[in-house]
Design a protein around this ligand. Structure first.
Ligand code: GAF
Length: 491
């Protein structure tokens, strides 16, 4: 394997994966399939299956497309120190398989949304034997600050990230519905649009379709294929991206035009109604309207939004996934929302958006008072954070992120030991500007704003400290901001 692991020769004689000065004759001639994979510790690699087994063609700290571009340009070294495979020596099932290394590299060079578009399209063709009628690709998101404020008509500051879900679909002549995904093996089929929740990923597709049917005429059945590279349950809004990609593709297939805010409301209604998650508007709105390089300061009451510039390339966003997935997260989320509404009612206000700190002693129930305390202080932190971004002062975010975490931990009670540990570890690193738990809570990710040059050390520190405490490693995602939904394309 030493021979094979040193490099490979793709179709057309392109030699890739050799370090400068190595003998190209060492390259393996027989590449059958090339595969890209995300490895632990945020390292990515392009792998190839050769006659001798799997080899890493190139890898390191860049994104897959950067690594692929360097390989294609015959610059095979991008800080490659070790060849590594994922934990079980397997590639991840949802990752693409190309015909040969050259095709894999070309494919990888495409931008993230185009990759998902292509994956959704080819997955659809393979599953159903004909091309899709419409395809849409929607991103996941980070939320810089403003947690559990959206359903209280407050402020949020999210940005879309380079993780996406693509939905390819085609309307049928009958009422049947067939759903496939590259994440789950089993196909899901119905004779007609179900009226009951299924308790799985299909609910998001059904929920959105039901909302469209209710607003317009009931539509026909459809075949759909879902491709995803957003981890589920990490708080990166995989469900929001699925809702939006499905809504945009379905509306396009049915020739319906709907403004972004209305589409976001439709997605939220699907979650609140059919799915039973009483979520706010932040996730679908972000997936629909984000702009790369910017965060969205959204007022969830007026729906006025402002794009504020994210920190420049001297800083990076790192997500440390605790890999904790809490069974009762949905129930607890809905309970938090009820507590907030109860607190607003006690104060005689339409929502906690209108509450001031001075009002809080008027809430007799201590739990409801603490929930309100979080919402009131978090809204003010969002506005301060937006101001720091406008002033191009990313370091100003640090204290706000830590304060947000404390408020979510103590007053809103949606953190857990694993998330607290990651935040504490991050706070101990001089390269870290700030960190906090992100999303609905009870597990998922910690968001870390870090000096770009220190990101390796921070990851290592978090991985070691977390493993000491919990005997498992966090998953890391280095994310970049991207635009919102890729315009739907009817084909
Ligand atoms: C989830 C919900 F979908 C959002 O609406 C928001 O409430 C968030 O949790 C917490 O801020 O992502």
């Amino acid at each position: 394997m030493e021979h094979a692991a040193r490099g490979a020769r793709a179709a057309g004689g392109l030699t890739i994966g050799l370090l400068p000065g190595d003998d190209p004759d060492d390259a393996n001639e027989h590449i059958d399939v090339a595969i890209a994979t995300g490895l632990g510790h945020a390292r990515n690699a392009v792998l190839a299956r050769t006659a001798d087994g799997m080899v890493a063609l190139g890898g390191g700290l860049g994104t897959l497309s950067e690594i692929a571009l360097a390989l294609r340009n015959r610059r095979p070294t991008i800080g490659i120190k070790t060849w590594r495979f994922d934990r079980q020596d397997r590639t991840e099932p949802e990752l693409p398989i190309a015909e040969n290394a050259t095709e894999a590299l070309d494919w990888l060079v495409m931008s993230a949304p185009h990759q998902l578009d292509e994956r959704a399209r080819s997955g659809f063709r393979q599953a159903f034997g004909y091309p899709p009628g419409a395809v849409a690709v929607a991103p996941g998101r980070i939320n810089i600050i403003g947690e559990h404020t959206d359903y209280n008509e407050g402020f949020v500051l999210p940005a879309a990230i380079d993780r996406h879900i693509g939905v390819a679909l085609r309307l049928r002549r009958d009422a049947r519905i067939a759903l496939r995904s590259d994440r789950y093996q089993a196909s899901v089929e119905f004779d007609a649009l179900p009226t009951r929740r299924q308790g799985n990923w299909a609910d998001y597709v059904i929920g959105v379709t039901r909302e469209i049917d209710q607003r317009y005429d009931p539509g026909p059945g459809f075949d759909a294929f879902v491709a995803s590279d957003i981890p589920v349950g990490s708080g990166l809004s995989s469900s929001g991206a699925l809702d939006v990609a499905n809504a945009v593709a379905m509306l396009a297939a049915r020739g319906i035009e709907l403004p972004a805010v209305e589409t976001a409301r439709l997605c939220q209604a699907a979650e609140n109604g059919f799915v039973g998650a009483h979520t706010g508007i932040m996730d679908p709105f972000t997936a629909l309207t984000a702009r790369g390089g910017n965060a969205i300061l959204l007022d969830c009451r007026s729906m006025r939004d402002e794009h504020v510039p994210l920190p420049d390339g001297r800083f990076a966003w790192l997500l440390a996934d605790s890999r904790v997935r809490h069974e009762l997260a949905l129930t607890a989320y809905n309970e938090r929302r009820r507590e907030c509404e109860a607190a607003a009612t006690v104060l005689g206000l339409p929502s906690l958006r209108d509450a001031r700190e001075a009002d809080l002693p008027g809430i007799a129930n201590p739990v409801e008072r603490r929930r309100a305390q979080h919402v009131v202080t978090e809204n003010s932190r969002v506005l301060q954070a937006a101001d720091a971004l406008r002033r191009r002062s990313p370091r100003g975010l640090g204290p706000l992120l830590y304060a947000s975490h404390e408020s979510l931990r103590l007053d809103f009670a949606v953190s857990c030991r694993e998330l607290d540990c990651l935040v504490e570890l991050a706070a101990g690193m001089p390269q870290v500007i700030g960190a906090r738990m992100m999303g609905g809570g009870f597990g998922g990710c910690v968001l870390v704003l870090v000096e770009a040059g220190g990101i390796d050390d921070v990851e290592q520190h978090l991985a070691e400290g977390y493993a000491d405490e919990f005997h498992k490693s966090p998953e890391f995602y280095r994310v970049r901001s991207v635009d919102g939904v890729m315009p739907e394309r009817t084909t």
